[in-house]
Structure formats: structure tokens, C-alpha cells
Ligand binder design. Sequence first.
Ligand code: NAP
Length: 305
Amino acid sequence: MGGIYDVVIIGSGPAGLAAAIYAERAELNAIVIEKNVVSGGQVLTTYEVDNYPGEKGIGGYDLGMKFREHADSLGAEFVEDEVIRIEADGPVKRVVCAGDTYETKTVIIATGASHRKLGIPGEEELAGMGVSYCATCDGAFFRKKTTAVIGGGDVAIEDAIFLSRLCEKVYLVHRRDELRGAKSLQKKLFSLDNVEIVWDSVPERIQGEDKVESLVVSNVKTGEKRELKLQGVFIAVGITPNSSMFEGTVEMENGYIKAGEDCASSCPGIFAAGDVRTKALRQIVTAVADGANAITSVERYLTQL
Ligand code: NAP
């Protein structure tokens, strides 16, 4: 539609797509700016989603596509562009992107989060040569091989379960003696014969010439070092919010945009939804809830203009 939008939604993960659905139903003049060619965000690289109500066991990619199709069916408008900053000094905000600038009364930031890096020797040098951050994307390259997953959260456990179906052996290297991920996932993991959990251990360096050959881990309790011979290392040590372009525009806490359940940020007319917002639980179901809440807050804000 163009002109001055009622709302510009930045990001097309579950939060952004839910916001797009609610915006269309509220008949707002809305546009979704997405950085990637395919909508869906982190859910796209999830092998299986088992806790989204009504869709038990659905593939992450399929769920992402369903969200997008739902938004499309209502007439949501999408544009592929990369947001550089928001200029928010007047009642009309300007979302400045690499390709274009969009004028709008409100903005919903739903830029999500990306995987965190370990920062150990070999990680950067061997990225794409055996070091990966996405088991569902790259797992197939390691059929009948030995791999390690680093981390103890939901993603690390899911990755280890996924890889166990392809690989001869999978190590799960975790820095404590207890996993953080969901108990139901832990139960599945503990039942697998070809997964060895390397407890109380941190990765020190990834070794290899042109391709990964081994991972050196150190036991945090004993100081003992162990070299694991393997071909792949999957890093799943959490996420960092995609928020650096909004620094100085909205208040943040450890990189997350400070906002409550109404998704209102410190800057009037700018809302934050999904993983990029300060919140206790980051799941698909809470991201889509944010999308709905953010549009409701946008509507309330627009009536006060
Ligand atoms: P996470 O829950 O933050 O877990 C990160 C894991 O990496 C933790 O076990 C942490 O250890 C470990 N870790 C962090 N920094 C490390 C370092 N420098 N060296 C070694 N280990 C390190 O992250 P996530 O698993 O990526 O999940 C992200 C979010 O998505 C979470 O909120 C999660 O619940 C959600 N999610 C949910 C589902 C689901 O419900 N099925 C699926 C996927 C993701 P400590 O435990 O010692 O802190």
C-alpha cells in the first residue's frame, strides 16, 4: 500500500508472522520487512516441534510455512530488506533499510535471536568445514561419522537426538553435571545407545587442517583434558538477540529490548515481540502470543494519536 504505514513489522519469525496476521485482521496498513528470503526465523531449522498446541511432532520448516501461508491468505504485505536503524524523534517514525526507508506511525521489532559463538580456537577457522550451528541443516554431511554437540539446553539435546539417527556416535559436551533442556527431551536422549554425554566439560579447541579432526575438552572439576576424535562439531550454546541496530533507540537489558507483556518498549510507538524482548520463556508459543499482544498495543496506541 505504501504511504505512511500504521505499523512496520521487522522480522518474519513466529512473532512477526503472528503480528502480520493480527494486523491484517485489524485492517491496519502494515508491512513486514524480512531479511531472509524464507520466512519463519529460527523455527525453520528445528527438526521437530513437539510442544506447539495442536501440531504435535510437526517439522519446524512446515510450521514456519504454515504461519507464512496464514499471513499470505489474509493479504499481508512482505518486503525483503535489511533494517539499519529506526529514526523515532517525531510522531512519524522512519525505518531506514539498506534498500528503502519506510514511514510509519508504529514499529514492531520482531528480529529474534541468532546462535551464540563459543570463541575458542578453531571455531572460526573451521566454520563450514565441520563446525556448524545447525544440525538439521548440516547433519546429513555426517552420516555414519562421529560428531559432538556442545551445550545442555533444548537445542543441544534436540540436535544430539537428531544426529544420533545419522551418526555412528555423538558426544554431548556439557559444562555442568545436569542438563538445562526439557525433561521429556532428556529422557529421549538418555535412551540412545550411541550418545555419550561428556559431563562437566568445556570445549577448549577444535583441531584439524582444512576439516575438523578432533575436539579437545577440559573437565572443569578435575582439570583433565580429553581429545575426542570426530568429524563434526555442532555448537548449541544459546542465543543472542538481534538488536544491535536499535541501540540508543530503545532501552535494553543484556541486548534484549526491555518490554513487558504489552510489548511496549521505552520509546512510545515502538514495540518488541518474540525472542528479542526481555521475557522468562522463549518458545514459539510465547513468540506468537507476543505478536498478538503487540498488535493490540499498536491499535491502542493509534487510537490515542
Ligand atoms: P539455552 O537454553 O540458553 O541453553 C544454552 C546451553 O549452552 C546451556 O546448557 C548452557 O549451559 C550452555 N552454554 C552457554 N554458554 C556456554 C559456553 N560458553 N560453553 C559451554 N556451554 C555453554 O539455549 P538453547 O538451547 O539454544 O535454547 C534457546 C531458547 O529456545 C531457550 O529458551 C529454549 O527453551 C528455547 N527452545 C525451546 C525448544 C522447545 O521447547 N522444544 C526448542 C528449542 C529451543 P548451562 O546450562 O550451564 O547454562
